[in-house]
Design a protein around this ligand. Structure first.
Ligand SMILES: [Cu+2]
Length: 172
């Protein structure tokens, strides 16, 4: 019996030596692939700010055709009409539409909503957020939240403006 035990002990000792060799190899490999590389991606996404600015002048254009924000967090948007014309001739607003809204159809209905800053009450379920209709020199700041990630359309609904005053609102 004693002989058997000592052989077992030898085998165990040998096995231990083998496995410890394997461990050494593992530790030598680790520095080659540093896990830090993966951590570079999230900070880039967090660089998106939910404090946004947008402007438009007397030509029918927004200064940006793409805005980005983070989903589920309050967004503060300041829209400025940096032109000089009055609201009845060259008013501008910002309307953020829900996904799947037909812009042409929305704009047609907006034509009949002059008393409500060209924001058609019948289409209120298609609007995520909107500013007032501004004359030159005015600004309006609004706060809203977009819970779902995706790409949304924004427009100015003053008659004729949406043809050129439109852009993409990307929520990540
Ligand atoms: Cu406009």
């Amino acid at each position: 019996m004693k002989k058997v035990l000592s052989i077992t002990a030898l085998v165990a000792a040998f096995a231990f030596t083998l496995s410890s060799c394997g461990c050494d190899d593992e530790t030598k490999k680790q520095p080659v692939t540093p896990p830090a590389e993966d951590m570079m991606v999230p900070p880039a996404a967090e660089a998106i700010s939910n404090t946004l600015t947008l402007s438009a002048h007397d030509e029918m254009k927004f200064d940006k055709t793409e805005l980005k924000a983070l989903a589920g967090k309050p967004i503060t948007l300041t829209f400025a009409h940096i032109g000089t014309m009055d609201k009845n001739t060259m008013g501008h607003n910002f309307i953020l539409l829900k996904k799947g809204t037909d812009i042409d159809d929305f704009v047609k209905k907006a034509l009949t909503a002059k008393d409500n800053d060209y924001i058609p009450k019948s289409e209120s379920d298609k609007i995520i957020a909107h500013t007032k209709l501004l004359p030159g020199g005015a600004t309006d700041t609004i706060e809203f939240t977009v819970p779902e990630k995706g790409t949304y359309d924004f427009i100015c609904s003053f008659p004729g403006h949406a043809a050129t005053m439109r852009g993409k609102f990307i929520v990540e």
